[in-house]
Design a protein around this ligand. Structure first.
Ligand SMILES: *Cc1c(COP(=O)(O)O)cnc(C)c1O
Length: 415
């Protein structure tokens, strides 16, 4: 008799307790985790469609827009980016991407794969572009779309967007921004700034897990989609005009996604109900606190962390005047090994801080203070642990300096 040995059943997932203080993902708000564990409901159940409508209204509030076309793309932030780019750009269309970090390169990569003719301007990591530099490039390249990251977590820079909408409008260009890392923690005014398309994710300042990408499109952007409209065979009805040059992705066709979220509820994917609940709760948390208040909380936590690391004698990378509120790039001292200190933060203190990409790899740690973790206690705990980990690695640091400096920032803040 032969016995077949069954592979041992893995244990159920039982994640360790961690304080996630990197550039994202961050520790999810417990309210979002509770929303994630609530029951599934069918996608055409009136309760579900009402909840989808309510989520659209919530994200209009988050983005500062009246755009009817405000929906969730099911997938991580990158799915939102790809949905916008593949939907707005037909093969051969020109797009201009100002690149100031890793995520600018990602926009280039995604737009190229969509078949667009991609033009770039670049600046050194740690810097942003002036509006006039962007306008000169627009005049030179005459793009259909300007695609720009708002906050690039790879460099911590926050590209000012407030003047770009008017420039784009003057030249008949659509303005798209990836606001994944900035929304909720830094000012973003989709309508007031004339932004035609914006995409985001939950795992930064919105305090949720990755896996849902809120997207909003202006009526001008929706008109562009209308020219390449698809309705799938099998659900098409008389009178449905179908383009012979459809958007080159089925899953990420924002026209079809809008038809699913719109009054016709044309079947596309099955809405990821649990992520919808999470996104709904993330937006509720933000709007309950208030958009301005949430941004102010991020500004304060970011300033306390910045002051704290500087008080530990550490340098900070980049043009601090244009730093995002919610992440700081801390220069790794020459006499320590960056990954060893990160390892001791994780193993000895249960705190995750970020490494970095490309030219900054091995040069800086990235420490985030975002979403649920943009708080005094998390800032202080992280600084105390960093001080300890640095000292243990042999680097001299002032006793308690980081914590005191951060507490002083909080003490001086107007509540
Ligand atoms: C973190 C981040 C993303 C993340 O994309 P995912 O697909 O959710 O991993 C995208 N864009 C920017 C600017 C980011 O900072």
């Amino acid at each position: 008799m032969t016995t077949t040995r069954k592979a041992p059943m893995p244990q159920p997932v039982n994640p360790p307790a961690r304080l996630l203080m990197g550039p994202g993902p961050i520790t999810a708000d417990p309210r979002v985790l509770r929303a994630l564990s609530t029951p599934l409901v069918g996608q055409y159940d009136p309760w579900m469609t009402d909840t989808m409508n309510a989520t659209q209204a919530l994200y209009r509030g988050v983005f500062g827009t009246e755009n009817d076309a405000t929906v969730l793309v099911d997938g991580t932030s990158r799915a939102g980016i790809e949905a916008v780019l593949v939907s707005l750009l037909a093969p051969g269309d020109r797009v201009l991407v100002p690149v100031f970090g890793r995520f600018g390169h990602l926009l280039v990569e995604i737009a190229s794969r969509a078949g667009a003719e991609v033009h770039t301007i670049e600046t050194a990591w740690g810097q942003v572009f002036t509006p006039s530099a962007v306008e000169r490039a627009i005049v030179a390249t005459k793009p259909k779309v300007l695609a720009v990251v708002q906050g690039d977590t790879s460099t911590t820079m926050n590209q000012p967007l407030d003047e770009l909408g008017a420039i784009c409008a003057r030249h008949g260009v659509l303005l798209y921004t990836d606001a994944t890392a900035t929304v909720g923690g830094n000012p973003l005014e989709v309508d007031a700034w004339g932004i035609d398309a914006v995409s985001a994710g939950l795992q930064k300042c919105l305090g949720g897990p990755s896996g849902s990408a809120p997207v909003s499109l202006s009526p001008r952007a929706v008109d562009v989609l209308a020219g390449r409209r698809s309705v799938e065979a099998g659900i098409r009805e008389p009178g449905d005009d179908v383009s012979d040059d459809p958007i080159r992705s089925n899953y990420l066709d924002l026209g079809m996604i809008l038809d699913y979220w719109g009054p016709r509820r044309l079947n596309h994917h099955t809405e990821a109900a649990s992520m919808l609940y999470a996104a709904h709760e993330c937006a509720r948390i933000l709007l309950e606190e208030g958009r301005d208040e949430t941004i102010a909380r991020h500004e304060l936590a970011g300033r306390a962390m910045l002051t704290g690391v500087q008080a530990l004698g550490l340098g900070v990378f980049g043009d601090v005047a244009h730093k995002m509120h919610n992440v700081v790039a801390v220069e790794i001292p020459d006499d320590v090994e960056g990954d060893a200190v990160r390892g001791s933060m994780l193993d000895d203190h249960g705190i995750e801080i970020g490494t970095s990409f490309g030219p900054l790899h091995g040069r800086v740690w990235r420490i985030g203070t975002m979403g649920y973790n943009a708080r005094k206690d998390t800032v202080v705990t992280t600084l105390a642990a960093l001080e300890h980990a640095l000292r243990r690695a042999g680097h001299a640091v002032p006793h308690g300096g980081g914590v005191d400096a951060a507490l002083d920032v909080y003490a001086g803040a107007t509540p």
